[in-house]
Design a binder for this molecule. Structure first.
Ligand code: SF4
Length: 422
């Protein structure tokens, strides 16, 4: 049962229960367990480690009661907006649009971080906590312990924690798979291979590292550190991101080993959230080379798998312009295999990314439609296609128009990919 304290015009509720299953719903939904502090002008929510997780203003100071701020484990603030755009769900497959504080490829969204009411919350929440703590003399010990813990998690300490978090996997996660939107990007990252195969010229998230698998002993060490880092809050997680850019290229035994070890060490079976999910990236080459046995083994694991492949284009001239060293024939073959895997494995969804830009060669969109419309006899609910604008920080009405036109013709679920880091 949750503990509650009302004092001096604010209310503290410990151990609130949110939903235990991720759902897509048109009102703000909280998941797992969290604690809440409500003052006259704002609501703050904290995870099981007493770290701020969500915040929003109240009353006239906060223009839309449906919108809120979320802080990521990597210590970024994300503003979830209704979009001011009627087609947010159609565009991204979610009811709320994440607005980010760093350059990304978003086509829609505003500039919420420039607004006074948003800045006030981000810059003032901790001071408010200290003020509340000063008025708590004589309150129940679990209330004072909670607020002391929250007070210790100051902005400076949270930034330091994020720095330590990045070190566990040998660097920050620069891009999350688009499918991790299904769990509101609440994933625990475990990097099992650094770098990628292709180093495509167009790509803004690649690292200079050559592709290299991580040793099992190092994976075990990372899992120990992750379990310690997430602490009590690990129980709010049921999803893993196998990093970095091409985990599918790893030896299949390493993939299976990593998922099995993570499932056990991170306690997914006992999570507050039901089910378990694993997200990873693959490349055209690693996907075509993956043996059927890998998918058969994944089928037997107690997880839903989401494998995202960067196809980018089915037009050779476009691939050459992008500096992506694969052939259009390989892309077509990967697309066919994607349909095949999606049809046969109920707990595996392979999704794919394609690029959008007005300057790409004229055959790019027709070749895309040949795959997602002409090659499929009917509409399919599985095998999402993500369209990713090529340029960062370049919102464009024309590209939104192009997206809507392509989406309407596609026989697969088709959404915009907003590149997000952790
Ligand atoms: S698109 Fe993928 S394969 Fe190409 S450079 Fe970026 S991360 Fe590497």
């Amino acid at each position: 049962m949750s503990t509650e304290c009302n004092r001096n015009g604010y209310k503290i509720i410990l151990d609130k229960k949110g939903a235990d299953r991720y759902i897509k719903i048109s009102y703000p939904q909280r998941y797992g367990r969290y604690s809440e502090v409500e003052s006259a002008d704002a609501v703050y929510q904290f995870n099981c480690n007493g770290e701020i997780l969500f915040a929003k203003g109240k009353g006239r100071q906060w223009p839309d009661p449906q919108e809120w701020l979320k802080r990521s484990v990597g210590n970024d603030w994300i503003y979830y907006s209704t979009g001011g755009y009627t087609g947010v769900f159609e565009a991204i497959g979610e009811f709320y649009l994440p607005n980010l504080q760093y350059p990304t490829n978003a086509l829609i969204g505003g500039k919420p971080f420039a607004a006074d009411h948003v800045r006030r919350i981000i810059n003032g929440w901790h001071e408010k906590v200290l003020e509340i703590r000063d008025g708590l003399a004589g309150a129940a010990p679990d209330i004072t312990n909670f607020i002391d813990r929250v007070a210790l998690n100051s902005p400076a300490n949270l930034a330091e924690k994020a720095r330590r978090f990045f070190q566990i996997n040998g660097g920050r996660v620069t891009v999350l798979p688009p499918d991790s939107r299904h769990v509101d990007y609440n994933i625990i990252p475990l990097t099992i291979a650094a770098g990628c195969l292709y180093k495509c010229r167009f790509c803004k998230v690649k690292t200079s590292k050559p592709f290299e698998e991580v040793e099992r002993t190092e994976i075990d060490r990372r899992l120990e550190e992750l379990a310690e880092f997430y602490g009590e809050n690990v129980k709010n997680y049921n999803s893993l991101f196998l990093g970095e850019h091409d985990a599918l290229c790893c030896n299949p035994d390493l993939v299976i080993y990593s998922v099995a070890r993570a499932y056990e060490r991170l306690g997914f079976a006992g999570s507050y959230m039901r089910g378990a999910n694993v997200f990873l990236f693959g490349s055209v080459g690693s996907f075509l080379a993956a043996e059927e046995q890998l998918f058969d083994e994944l089928r037997r694991m107690p997880c839903e798998f989401y494998i995202n492949i960067g196809l980018e284009s089915a037009d050779q001239e476009t691939l050459d312009v992008l500096g992506k060293p694969v052939s259009a024939t390989m892309v077509e073959e990967a697309f066919r295999r994607m349909q095949n895997i999606n049809d046969r494995y109920s707990n595996i969804e392979v999704s794919a990314n394609f690029l959008m830009d007005a300057t790409l060669p004229k055959n790019h969109y027709p070749s895309f439609l040949r795959l997602v419309r002409d090659s499929l006899p009917r509409r399919k609910p599985k095998g999402t296609i993500y369209l990713s604008p090529l340029k960062f920080d370049a919102p464009s009405r024309d590209l939104v128009f192009d997206f809507n036109r392509l989406k309407l013709q596609s026989r697969l679920p088709t959404f915009l990919y907003i590149i997000q880091r952790l």
